[in-house]
Design a protein. Structure first.
Length: 503
């Protein structure tokens, strides 16, 4: 009974919020996933099965701050429109449901399937005061209902041992689990024939950034642009992230089913996202070969201030789903992220286009298009970007309010400044600038900006440099401008798409 009442409350809240969106929930994103109400953190259990992308998430069913951690659940057929489903896994007998993953057990190795169909198996951390262990739950009805396996499958009697991510390693015909030993800055690898018995095989770390707890690892092979594949180990870290607080780093290397060996010659940490608001990013499991993409998303917040952001009746959004690949650069391999193409369905007809010209002409064109709608997908291409031509792109959200991007080709940096972006005073760590490396080749620069009600995601150089920041601007129209103090690059094109609500 309780569960039914909860579901109805959810659905009502979603449709009501859509209608009254602008008036009552000015910060509710239109094209980013949010729970209808209450607190959310990490994405969990992401798995594709029978045409549905499942997104589970760390959820407090009782309030808008962290607590009573359980798995919320939503599904999508297109990664754009999400349907809220009832709570999948609830806190029970004092054991919270911490982060974890889910897989399709195609060969029914676990024996948890029925009627010849593969079960969905979730592998999550059970959390009690002073103790974390790894547990299973399974579903035989496309993830609609879940049964917990009562005993942990992996228990080291540790206080900090969490966030199992499991995948089928075809070359060795067995399951591999990556799981964090957060306080030791280690990722531990286990293998299993059946998801139930796990054997320790190796540790990775400390390495890269080690200034905080290692959490939410993920491991997968990725195609390299121009040919070949490499393994990528994702490790979230909090605190000690590149923009302060929570951040997501990665390592490239080789994995033979037993041991991850990072590429040599890489000493500094490499970051998936240089903004302050990308954390606990993990990828979808079991994406069909015919699709072939490695898709992930992250929690679009930061433990520094996540519980204080000025949204109600929900807290936190996910980033847009992004496709991952690797690119060879003179400094080694770099992770490349692109918003999934499905998002383009949300672009309204008749985008605004500037077909190319001088910087001054582009600035005048932008000035003639004031009062843009609040949700935008903007593509800007520049040429002639050189050391003499630093410039900025401003997203103006009120007379004295703007979020700015500065391109400094002399130092090869891209800076996102949210110090005047709207509401910033709710936490002292919010009102900051975040900067990222920018590898400008032959003076060419492409910037893609995804602007939603309370976030800006910047994909530079076709996704080689990514910055994700929350912002809490005034309601109303937006305008874009570009400015430069020195020599000016040429503007090859600007395309501004207004975005609509998924329906
Ligand atoms: C990361 C994290 C995980 C943990 C979960 C608890 O944000 O701390 O390590 O499983 O959140 O909600």
């Amino acid at each position: 009974m309780k569960r039914v009442a909860f579901l109805c409350a959810c659905i009502t809240a979603v449709s009501a919020s859509t209608i009254a969106h602008a008036q009552t929930e000015p910060f509710r994103p239109l094209f980013h996933f949010t729970p209808a109400r209450h607190w959310m953190n990490d994405p969990n259990g992401m798995v594709f099965y029978e045409g549905e992308w499942h997104l589970f998430y760390q959820y407090n069913p009782f309030g808008d701050k962290w607590g009573h951690m359980s798995w919320g659940h939503a599904v999508s057929r297109d990664l754009v429109r999400w349907e809220h489903l009832p709570l999948a896994l609830a806190e029970e007998d004092g054991t919270m449901i911490f982060s974890g993953s889910a897989v399709v057990d195609w060969k029914n190795t676990s024996g948890l399937g029925t009627n010849g169909k593969p079960p969905l198996v979730a592998i999550y951390t059970g959390h009690r005061e002073g103790r974390q262990d790894q547990r299973l739950a399974f579903s035989n009805d496309r993830g609609r209902t879940w049964t917990k396996v009562p005993v942990p499958v992996l228990d080291l009697r540790l206080a900090d041992f969490r966030d199992p991510k499991v995948f089928w390693h075809a070359a060795t015909s067995r399951w591999v689990m990556t799981v964090a030993l957060p306080t030791e800055q280690k990722v531990r690898f286990y293998t299993s024939p059946n998801l139930k018995q796990w054997t320790f095989v190796s540790d990775f770390g400390p390495a890269g950034a080690t200034g905080g707890a290692w959490e939410c690892p993920d491991l997968f092979a990725l195609p390299v642009e121009g040919g070949g594949t490499k393994w990528v180990l994702i490790v979230s870290i909090n605190p000690g992230g590149v923009a302060g607080g929570s951040g997501t780093q990665y390592f490239t290397g080789e994995f033979d089913g037993t041991r991850f060996v990072a590429d040599t010659g890489v000493t500094d940490a490499r970051w998936a996202d240089y903004g302050a608001d990308f954390y606990a990013g993990v990828s979808w499991s079991d994406v069909p070969k015919s699709d072939g993409r490695r898709v992930w998303l992250g929690w679009m917040s930061n433990w520094l201030y996540a519980q204080d952001v000025p949204t109600s009746p929900w807290r936190s959004a996910m980033t847009v789903p992004r496709v991952l690949t690797l690119r060879r650069t003179p400094d080694g391999l770099r992770l490349v992220q692109q918003p999934v193409a499905e998002l383009e369905k949300l672009r309204r007809a008749s985008p605004l286009r500037f077909a190319g010209g001088t910087f001054a002409a582009a600035a005048r064109w932008l000035a003639s298009h004031k009062d843009l709608p609040p949700m935008l997908d903007v593509d800007m291409r520049f040429t002639g970007v050189s050391g003499k031509a630093p410039f900025s792109v401003h997203v103006q959200t009120a007379a004295d309010e703007r979020t700015s991007l500065s391109v400094d080709p002399a130092s090869n940096r891209l800076t996102l400044d949210r110090t005047h972006s709207g509401r910033t005073a709710f936490h002292r760590d919010f009102s900051l600038r975040h900067d990222a490396p920018l590898r400008i080749v032959d003076g060419a620069l492409r910037l893609r900006l995804l602007l939603d009600a309370s976030s800006l995601e910047v994909f530079a150089l076709g996704g080689e440099t990514v910055l994700t920041d929350l912002i809490f601007p005034s309601a109303g129209g937006r305008s874009l401008s570009i400015a430069s103090d020195g020599a000016m690059p040429t503007v090859k094109s600007i395309t501004i798409h207004a975005m609509r609500t998924p329906q």
